[in-house]
Design a protein around this ligand. Structure first.
Ligand code: SF4
Length: 343
C-alpha cells in the first residue's frame, strides 16, 4: 500500500485532489512499481478514454501487484481496442431515452439528469465511456430546458443526478441546482449517483451533508463500490457525515471478471458496506459497452455467484442482481437472466 502521507491528500481540498488525479500511464506504473510494458500497453488504449485515477484510490492499490482488483478497474489495456460482437457504444439505450439534451427518461416516476461530463476516475468498464457529453448534458444552458420539461410532467417525482459524476460539481453549483429542483412542487426525492464518496472521500464535505439535510427533498446517495478494498477507513469516516444527517445510503456494484467474481469478495463487500452504514442495492451484470468485453462473465456464472451470496447473507445485505436492457421499463432480475438465451 502507498502511505497516504506520501500523497499529501490529507491536507489539501477535494478540488485540489481532483486536479491532481493521475493521468499519465508512466507515472502510474512508476508509482505502483509495475512493469514498464503495462504503461506502453496503456498508451495504446487511452485515445478515446484517458487514464484518470485519484491519489486516494491509488493508495488502496497494492504496489507491484498486476492483478490487484482495484488496479484492473483503472488500468487501460490493449483488449479495449478489440471489437467484440454485441459490445456497443450505447449499451443501455441512453440516447433513445433522451427527452432533451441531458435528460434521460427510462422509468416511470423518475428521470436522470446528466449534470456534468467530469469524473474523478475513469472506470474502464464504464457504460458511458462513449457518451456524447458535449452535446447531451444538462449543464449550463441545457439545464433550464430540462428542468422546464420536468416541471410540466407531474408523473415525475424523483430526479437522479448522474454524469459523469455529479459530485464533481462544486457545493455552490449543487446548491443552485437543488434550489431549482426544490422549486418544482411535484419532485419529492433527489437521488445522487456518485463514485466520489469511494474514490475521493473528502468530497463529502460538512457543507454538502448540511445542504442535503436541509433540503425539503428526500435525499438518497447511491455510491458505487465494487470491491471491499475500496472501502478505506477514510471512506468510512467521510460517509459518517452523511449517516449522521440520516441521508439514505445505498451501493451499486458491477460484476467484473477477476475483480469481484468471487462469492467471498461480494460477501465481504456487503459486510463492509453495512458497517459503513450503506445498504447493498444493485449488483449489475456488465453493460456490454465497446471496449469492456474483457470484464464480461457469462450469465450462469453470475447467477451461481449470486445464489452463493444469498445462502451466506441475510436478505438485507444481498444486492439485487440486475441487468439493464435498453427499452425495457425496469431493470431485469436474475430469474429473467436465467431464462435468457444469450449465453
Ligand atoms: S465514475 Fe461512473 S460515470 Fe465515471 S467513469 Fe466511473 S462508472 Fe463511469
Amino acid at each position: 500500500m502507498i502511505p497516504l502521507s506520501s500523497t499529501k491528500v490529507q491536507t489539501i481540498s477535494w478540488q485540489q485532489q481532483l486536479a491532481q488525479a493521475l493521468t499519465d500511464p508512466l507515472e502510474l506504473v512508476e508509482t505502483l512499481e509495475l512493469p514498464q510494458n503495462l504503461a506502453h500497453e496503456a498508451l495504446t488504449a487511452i485515445d478515446s478514454f484517458p487514464l484518470r485515477v485519484t491519489r486516494d484510490y491509488l493508495s488502496c492499490i497494492h504496489k507491484g501487484d498486476i492483478n490487484d482488483p482495484l488496479l484492473r478497474q483503472i488500468l487501460p489495456v490493449a483488449a479495449e481496442n478489440q471489437q467484440q460482437q454485441g459490445f456497443v457504444y450505447d449499451p443501455v439505450g441512453d440516447m433513445n431515452a433522451s427527452r432533451v439534451p441531458g435528460l434521460i427518461h427510462k422509468y416511470h416516476g423518475r428521470v436522470l439528469l446528466i449534470t456534468t461530463p467530469a469524473c474523478a476516475i475513469h472506470c474502464r468498464y464504464c457504460f458511458r465511456r462513449h457518451y456524447p457529453y458535449q452535446e447531451s448534458s444538462a449543464h449550463r444552458e441545457n439545464l433550464d430546458q430540462a428542468l422546464d420539461l420536468i416541471a410540466t410532467d407531474k408523473t415525475i417525482h424523483e430526479i437522479i443526478l448522474s454524469g459523469g459524476d455529479p459530485l464533481t460539481l462544486s457545493d455552490d453549483r449543487l446548491k443552485t441546482l437543488i434550489a431549482k429542483i426544490e422549486a418544482i412542487e411535484h419532485i419529492s426525492t433527489l437521488r445522487i449517483h456518485s463514485r466520489l464518496p469511494v474514490i475521493l472521500p473528502d468530497r463529502i464535505t460538512a457543507t454538502l451533508a448540511e445542504m442535503l439535510d436541509r433540503s425539503r427533498l428526500n435525499a438518497v446517495v447511491v455510491i458505487h463500490c465494487n470491491h471491499p478494498n475500496e472501502l478505506s477507513s477514510k471512506v468510512h469516516d467521510r460517509l459518517a457525515r452523511l449517516r449522521e444527517k440520516n441521508i439514505t445510503l445505498l451501493n451499486q456494484s458491477v460484476l467484473l471478471n477477476n475483480i469481484n467474481t468471487s462469492a467471498n469478495v461480494l460477501i465481504k463487500l456487503s459486510h463492509k458496506l453495512f458497517t459503513a452504514g450503506v445498504l447493498p442495492y444493485y449488483l449489475h451484470t456488465l453493460d456490454p459497452v465497446a471496449g469492456a468485453s474483457h470484464f464480461h462473465i457469462d450469465d450462469q456464472t453470475a447467477i451461481n455467484l449470486h445464489k452463493t451470496v444469498c445462502e451466506k447473507l441475510p436478505g438485507y445485505l444481498v444486492p439485487k442482481l440486475v441487468r439493464e436492457i435498453a427499452g425495457l421499463p425496469f431493470k431485469q432480475d436474475a430469474r429473467l437472466l436465467e431464462n435468457s438465451s444469450e449465453n
